[in-house]
Design a protein around this ligand. Structure first.
Ligand code: 4AD
Ligand code: MG
Length: 462
């Protein structure tokens, strides 16, 4: 008999038919002549209840139906007599694919802490929480492609191994096949990367932007969506060493159009979550964050606040709030400052623009004032920065000068500079941190819980 997914059973109302479900036992309850098991197959947050009359089965088989075991059940789907579920299956045939020793199975009982579940990342997808998060992650990834595809953007596959440092002076993971104990040396004693696999020093990319710009200056509208890597030793709830980033890049866009695109994009994703992930959201809203759904709805309710960094600093300096880190013009904003603006001052998402040039990357378009650049950061409640982006410097001389000023090796970026020599154009783009978005839409508090196998300092077990 063909397998029916639990999601389809609940949606299609197949009551009165013979069906087959396959999945993992979540709970077992024993009564005198009956055993109830709840099966989950990951297709939806809900379980399906199976009723097995013990007299119809081998005693040995019934014993194996423990939490964590994997089973196939055939039987009649009927309206349930009991409370808590609409439908149940009266089992006529049960096959156990895989047992799970009740004494040892780590998810035998419910209510484990998220910290503990992180240590069993190989099993945590079998919990309600992580099932909900990973289904939503898929739904968001799919919505991202749909959004750009429908606008006529092309998905550009930018490299993961690169010879340049897109953000300038970021900490990167080296990619090498040289023998760490005995690398080839130059006469001055330094390592000779000419003998390395690619004939030069290479790293895992921190961003696909620079290559994205090459695409935009030909295809007009492109986006990247892939893993990016940062070797910063940051142990915060908002940083990963490996995270996914979405980077649209658009020829002929100036900063205002870039902001409009970012706002429309984020609202599209939030409203998709509200529409397509209802059951999972309701679970997360109930279990972790009672304001989650209301917060998602509030983001859709009004236009994001847009103001310059300079104006934001004025607000922060005069608001009288006791910040841990002092603010003054020229300092980089801390997440406490970003969250104050979003959560306390404006009560909605904020887009800050025109940051001091010395705290931003070399490629941002310089303003007339000589001090600021056409940067934009989108700040969200509970998170702080979800998007960073800018209009790009399209003028060869200004870009070249900035590269010199910042001490960036021009020989690594000759190809990037050439786009400003041949048919340069105004263009803009931004990067959305996928896991920051996931933090927002799931209401989870730690970024390590919104990616299946988080990478952070001292952790790459799974
Ligand atoms: O602000 P960032 O560093 O910008 C760039 O990389 C640009 N090249 C983007 C562009 O203009 N195309 O990073 C963009 C976003 C941040 O706003 C944040 O959401 C996320 O990436 N991000 C991280 N997410 C998780 N862990 C980290 N270590 C992150 N660093 C940045
Ligand atoms: Mg940033």
């Amino acid at each position: 008999m063909e397998r029916t997914k639990v999601a389809d059973i609940l949606q299609k109302g197949l009551s009165g038919t013979e069906i087959n479900v396959k999945g993992w036992v979540r709970t077992r309850r024993d009564y005198k002549n009956i055993v109830f098991i709840a099966i989950n197959d990951g297709s939806v947050i809900h379980n399906i209840q199976v009723v097995a009359e013990t007299s119809n089965f081998d005693e040995a088989l019934i014993k194996l139906l423990t939490t964590g075991s994997c089973v196939s059940v055939e039987g009649m789907l009927v309206e349930s007599q009991g409370k808590g579920q609409a439908l149940e299956i009266q089992a006529s045939k049960i096959v156990v694919y895989g047992t799970a020793d009740g004494e040892k199975y780590p998810l035998q009982r419910k209510g484990h802490s998220l910290e503990f579940l992180r240590e069993i990342a190989h099993l945590r997808p079998r919990t309600n929480t992580f099932g909900a998060i990973f289904r939503m992650r898929h739904e968001m990834a799919y919505a991202i492609h749909r959004f750009f595809h429908e606008k006529g953007f092309y998905w550009l596959h930018t490299p993961i191994i690169t010879g340049s440092d897109a953000e300038g002076a970021g900490a990167m993971f080296r990619v090498t096949t040289l023998d760490p104990l005995n690398p080839p040396k130059k006469e001055d004693g330094s390592i000779n990367y000419a003998e390395d696999f690619f004939g030069k020093e290479t790293n895992l990319t921190v961003s696909g932007q620079l290559e994205g710009e090459l695409g935009a200056l030909a295809l007009s509208q492109v986006y990247t969506f892939g893993p990016t890597f940062r070797a910063e030793n940051s142990n915060t709830t908002r940083h990963l060493a490996e995270f996914w980033m979405i980077e649209p890049e658009v020829a002929f866009f100036e900063l205002k159009e870039n902001m409009d695109l970012a706002e429309e994009f984020l609202k599209y994703l939030v409203s998709t979550a509200l529409q397509n992930c209802r059951a999972d959201l309701e679970f997360l809203n109930k279990m972790y964050d009672n304001d989650l759904i209301a917060r998602l709805e509030s983001v859709l309710a009004s236009p994001f606040e847009r103001l310059t960094y300079t104006d934001a600093v004025e607000i922060l300096k005069s608001c009288g709030h006791p910040f841990e880190y002092p603010v003054d013009w020229g300092t980089d904003l801390q997440s406490e400052h970003e969250r104050y603006l979003v959560e306390k001052h404006f009560g909605k998402p904020v887009i800050l623009t025109d940051y001091p040039k010395h705290i931003k990357a070399f490629y941002m378009k310089q303003n007339e004032d000589g001090k600021t650049v056409r940067a934009m950061d989108v700040l969200f409640p509970g998170i702080g920065e979800v998007i960073g982006g800018s209009q790009r410097e399209e003028d060869y001389d200004k870009l070249y000068q900035r590269i010199q000023e910042m001490g960036i090796h021009e020989k690594d970026l000759w190809w990037y500079l050439e786009t400003r020599k041949y048919g340069t154009a105004p263009h803009s783009g931004f990067g959305l941190g996928f896991e920051r978005l996931m933090l927002f839409v799931t209401g989870m508090g730690n970024i390590r819980d919104v990616i299946p196998f988080p990478r952070f300092p001292q952790n790459a077990e799974f």
